[in-house]
Ligand binder design. Structure first.
Ligand SMILES: C[S@@+](CC[C@H](N)C(=O)[O-])C[C@H]1O[C@@H](n2cnc3c(N)ncnc32)[C@H](O)[C@@H]1O
Length: 269
């Protein structure tokens, strides 16, 4: 069974992720296989040793550990639901305590100085707060000029006006935060703050999502078992018509974040 899980999760497409203990990934899952999403995103970011990265909505910190180990970057692992002491145990066990710092943070009240990070990443998390029109203007302040923001989220091939008939049975209201690559491109580009470098559906994302659920189903319980069971039924019914993972990457244009109508309260007080 151990070998079976390892074999099923080892993908030539993701040589780095395939080196990690599959049970560590399953034990700490909060959604789809986060290292696949992280490895894919990393291909689009100029990560170099010593860079400072914010992993926003890092959950149990697997992607933060991955970025630190694989690219030698310093990661601030920020999350709301998972407490820092819980993530610290995983970070210590992974031997990257010198490069990964867990913090408790709410995405709208981040405790950083402006221009703190070379890159901000969000994996299956940014859709929970980043669809607000004004959010990019807030988060981009924490990027150094020329720094990158990169996200991979559950997403759609194209925008929809209402839940599609073939998926109604499984539709949850909060899927309304799933968007197409073109939606994310316009959402960010129209601020004028960034240059969008990529907006695409992850190649084979739908199939990878199904593979992940099918390979891990027998190990899951409770909420995760229910989510995977209905996830499989929904993705099978979808036949790759709508669901996938949306990736967007943009580069910050400059450092003058205080222009426009979105007031920065720190600057005002
Ligand atoms: C589906 S989980 C994904 C976690 C992790 N990135 C992964 O893929 O395993 C979404 C994460 O987003 C975080 N999150 C949601 N809303 C947030 C907010 N307003 N501020 C900070 N984190 C938030 C949650 O704490 C949660 O850990």
């Amino acid at each position: 069974m151990t070998e079976d899980l390892k074999t099923r999760l080892a993908k030539p497409r993701f040589p780095r992720s395939s080196q990690y203990d599959p049970y560590w990934i399953v034990d700490n899952l909060m959604g789809p296989h986060v290292l696949w999403l992280a490895e894919y995103l990393a291909e689009k970011l100029p990560l170099r040793p010593g860079m400072r990265i914010l992993d926003l909505g890092c959950g149990k910190g697997l992607s933060s550990i991955f970025f630190a180990k694989e690219f030698g970057v310093h990661v601030t692992a920020a999350d709301l639901w998972i407490k820092p002491h819980d993530n610290q145990r995983r970070i210590d066990a992974a031997g990257v305590a010198d490069r990964v710092t867990p913090i408790l943070a709410e995405a709208h009240a981040l405790p950083f100085a402006h221009s703190s990070f070379d890159a901000i990443v969000g994996l299956d998390a940014y859709q929970y707060f980043g669809t607000d029109d004004l959010y990019l203007g807030y988060i981009a302040k924490f990027l150094k000029p020329g720094g990158h923001i990169g996200i991979v989220c559950p997403g759609l091939k194209h925008e929809i006006a209402e839940p599609p008939a073939h998926l109604k049975q499984w539709w949850e209201w909060d899927f309304c935060c799933f968007h197409s690559p073109e939606w994310w491109r316009h959402h960010w580009a129209k601020t004028g703050l960034v240059t969008v470098e990529a907006a695409e559906l992850m190649p084979d994302g739908h199939a990878l999502w199904l593979d992940w659920y099918r390979a891990t189903l027998h190990l899951l319980k409770g909420f995760h078992l229910d989510a995977a069971t209905s996830g499989i039924a929904m993705l099978e019914a979808d036949h790759e018509q709508l669901f996938g993972f949306t990736c967007a990457v943009a580069r910050a244009k400059g450092g003058d974040w205080i222009s426009g109508n979105a007031l920065d309260i720190d600057e005002v007080l």
